[in-house]
Ligand binder design. Structure first.
Ligand code: NDP
Length: 272
């Protein structure tokens, strides 16, 4: 049976085996997908061992996405732009690296009927997740993608890397001067129950707010956005399913339906 793993640390919390099991059932693919706790010291060997055992591909999650990229023989344009990979395809001893996080986010936004064309988008954060979504966001023809980060130098570095006239950088202290159509929280602040220091003036009654973090209940950021009167708040569960669907499609060459899996996953999350 074709075997796949997701490598991470920690990994016990990963929902990826559930998602891929559902995709496999839906598309009648005979395969096995499991999680694997790796470490910085062992990551390269863990990947090589899995390949030697006949593994067909893998997902990679924090903190190994950059390490995984260094092991690849070839990279997709998305992986190059993101500077990290979350999907590996093993092909006759060679490793092909891709990054499906960005397409996962954009697919989720479009599935939820959030238009990006000609919109003003604020992207908070300048870590791996933010970097991975910049190119797919720009591909949707927004009017502007504004980056803001707690450490401004990192946001400036990202903007220079992509060098697109639609990409600009502001500081949090400047946010009271702006309103946005779509605000994406690509920081890890919600994981520590913190709020990025965003001005409430950025949120108008038509603003859609997205948090890449997900959980059984709304994140602190999404709760705050609701209190500020945002039109819609969306968590990152659909992004998780979207990136998994793109990995699955790369490995199995089939397109899967995301909505039933998202519904099942939401239910599983709420049941605890
Ligand atoms: P990184 O650690 O690479 O980056 C974290 C970012 O958050 C940095 O820009 C950091 O700013 C910022 N940050 C952290 N705490 C705060 C705070 N209190 N206030 C303001 N900014 C803060 O993480 P990733 O980019 O890999 O991931 C970001 C989030 O996205 C994570 O929570 C992750 O779980 C989620 N994610 C979700 C996915 C999904 O499928 N739903 C996929 C990928 C990621 P600074 O530079 O100043 O340190």
């Amino acid at each position: 049976m074709d075997k796949y793993l997701v490598f991470g640390n920690p990994i016990a919390q990963s929902r990826s085996p559930f998602i891929h099991l559902k995709f496999a059932q839906q598309s009648q693919q005979i395969m096995h997908y499991d999680k694997y706790l790796s470490s910085h010291e062992n990551f390269a060997n863990d990947i090589k061992n899995f390949m030697a055992q006949g593994g067909k591909g893998a997902n990679v999650t924090a903190p190994f996405k950059e390490l995984a990229m260094q092991m690849c023989d070839s990279l997709s344009s998305a992986a190059k732009a993101a500077g990290a990979v979350n999907t590996l395809l093993f092909n006759e001893g060679r490793i092909v690296g891709d990054n499906t996080d960005g397409i996962g986010l954009v697919t989720d936004l479009l599935n939820q009927e959030v238009a990006l064309k000609n919109k003003r988008v604020l992207l908070m954060g300048a870590g791996g997740a933010a970097r991975g979504v910049i190119l797919p966001l720009l591909a949707e023809h927004p009017k502007q993608v504004t980056l803001v980060n707690r450490t401004p130098a990192k946001a400036n570095e990202l903007a220079q890397l992509f060098a697109d006239p639609r990409l600009n950088v502001i500081g949090y202290h400047e946010t009271p001067q702006y309103q946005f159509d779509v605000i994406i929280n690509a920081t890890s602040a919600s994981l520590q129950s913190q709020l990025p220091p965003l001005s409430p003036l950025c949120i108008s009654p038509h603003t859609v707010c997205y948090d890449m973090v997900y959980g059984a209940s709304l994140s602190p950021f999404l709760m705050w956005c609701q209190q500020q009167g945002a039109a819609q708040v969306i968590d990152g569960l659909g992004m998780l399913v979207g990136q998994a669907a793109a990995s699955f499609s790369l490995w199995r060459n089939v397109t899967v339906q995301q909505q039933p899996v998202l519904t099942a996953l939401r239910q599983q999350l709420q049941e605890g």
